[in-house]
Design a protein around this ligand. Structure first.
Ligand code: THG
Length: 368
């Protein structure tokens, strides 16, 4: 694989210097920004994430800020999740859909105040869609991307590390809640959330100038906890069933196909631009849906394309993410499967590159 050429379009982050010093071995591009993918090796990073604590530069989770009298109305236009019960201090995982019900993004939204939200986006240019709606509907709301860069602290020892830097009160944060915590005289949003199932926090670092001071403070405080630089881990997130926008779903898919129906209250999400389209799909249910898949045989290769799922000569789906899991001692995968074959335990074949066909089953071991 060739190296990435640096340029202004490919943004570094306020933590890049720390990430480089920690020995990041490879990167991907996410929201036009660098996201490390490997430090020691994917397997070693995975082991360490599940046993210790890691600090992740997830600056690529850019914020789209909505601020002003119409922020609340605009926020509800974006998603079929009913936001009426959302109060300041809460995070909501919100499918964002277009007028056809197609997924545009699957961010975490934070309600900062009655008229102010941050939308912590996955890999698509959501800002343009939001600005388009605000202007088209002549809404009284300001939309921009603030200088906010999330830093995640993930792993079983996250609470201990965070308590040392932000005080014992961080331990009281509940899942998907946030509070304001002091660091060097600055008040930062700290949430109990993150793109792993190992538990942890996300610090929304407001102002690039305190990014490296915070990075160093976390590593100094956690030396005896074996704190290490890390990043979202491909194996762990597939085991945990965390979806990756652009990989596991695109604009072609509805939230129901993505298994995100539980985050849709389409009947009561009045104002959502995809509401009519989703009322139709919610009525009959989807004809294909994301499923956990176990792929037998040895370690599957990395892939930059979907692998067809076959039932005999007929394609009935595709594998969109896969990795060898040391803990489950099998390949764990996520795929989109047609309803004829989505039942637990159904035998299917996966067409791996090189035309090798391997038996696989839809299997309910990794999540739910
Ligand atoms: N944190 C923040 N921003 C993000 C991500 C994040 N932006 C990009 C990307 N990740 C968005 N995608 C997801 C996918 C899953 C979750 C969060 C963001 C997630 N899901 C939990 C689960 O499925 O178990 C819980 C959802 C819930 O119960 O509400 O956490 O990670 N800031």
């Amino acid at each position: 694989m060739a190296l990435i050429s640096p340029s202004r379009r490919l943004r570094r982050t306020p933590f890049s210097e720390g990430v480089e010093a920690a020995g990041a071995k490879s990167y991907t591009v996410y929201n036009h920004m660098l996201l490390p993918t490997v430090f020691r090796s994917v397997e070693e990073d995975y082991r360490h994430l599940k046993s210790a604590v890691q600090v992740w530069d997830v600056s690529v989770e850019r914020q789209v800020e909505l601020r002003g009298p119409d922020a609340k109305r605009l926020m509800q236009m974006l998603t079929p999740r009913d936001l009426r019960g959302m109060t300041p201090g809460q995070c909501y995982y919100v499918p964002i859909v277009d007028e056809t019900g197609g997924m545009l993004n699957d961010p975490v939204a934070l309600k900062l105040a009655e008229n102010r939200y941050w939308i912590s986006i996955a890999d698509s240019d959501l800002l343009f869609w939001v600005k388009g709606l605000a202007n088209g509907y002549r809404l009284d709301v300001l939309i921009d991307e603030p200088d906010v860069s999330p830093l995640a602290v993930q792993g079983p020892k996250s609470d201990d590390l965070m308590a040392r830097v932000f005080g014992e009160a961080v331990r009281d944060l509940r899942f998907f809640r946030f509070g304001w915590f002091d660091f060097q005289g600055r008040s930062l949003v700290v949430a109990r959330s993150g793109y792993s199932k190992q538990g942890g926090f996300e610090i929304y670092v407001d102002g690039a100038d305190i990014a490296m001071p915070l990075w160093h403070a976390l590593f100094e405080a956690g030396a005896d906890l074996d704190v290490h630089a890390g990043c979202p881990n491909a194996i762990e997130r597939i085991e945990g069933g965390l979806l990756s926008y652009g990989n596991d779903m695109t604009r072609e898919n509805t939230p129901h196909e993505c298994g995100l129906g539980r985050f849709c209250n389409t009947q009561t999400a009045i104002g959502c631009v995809g509401r009519d389209a989703l009322l139709r799909v919610a009525k009959d249910g989807p004809v294909q849906q994301i499923r956990p898949i176990q792929i037998e045989g040895g370690k599957v290769p990395n892939s930059d394309r979907a692998w067809p799922i076959m039932a005999g000569q007929v394609q009935i789906g595709q594998v969109t993410s896969a990795a060898w899991s040391p803990d489950f001692e099998t390949n764990v995968a996520i795929g989109m499967v047609r309803m004829t074959h989505w039942e637990l335990g159904t035998d299917i074949d996966v067409l791996l590159p090189g035309n090798e066909v391997r038996a696989a089953v839809v299997y309910r071991v990794f999540w739910n």
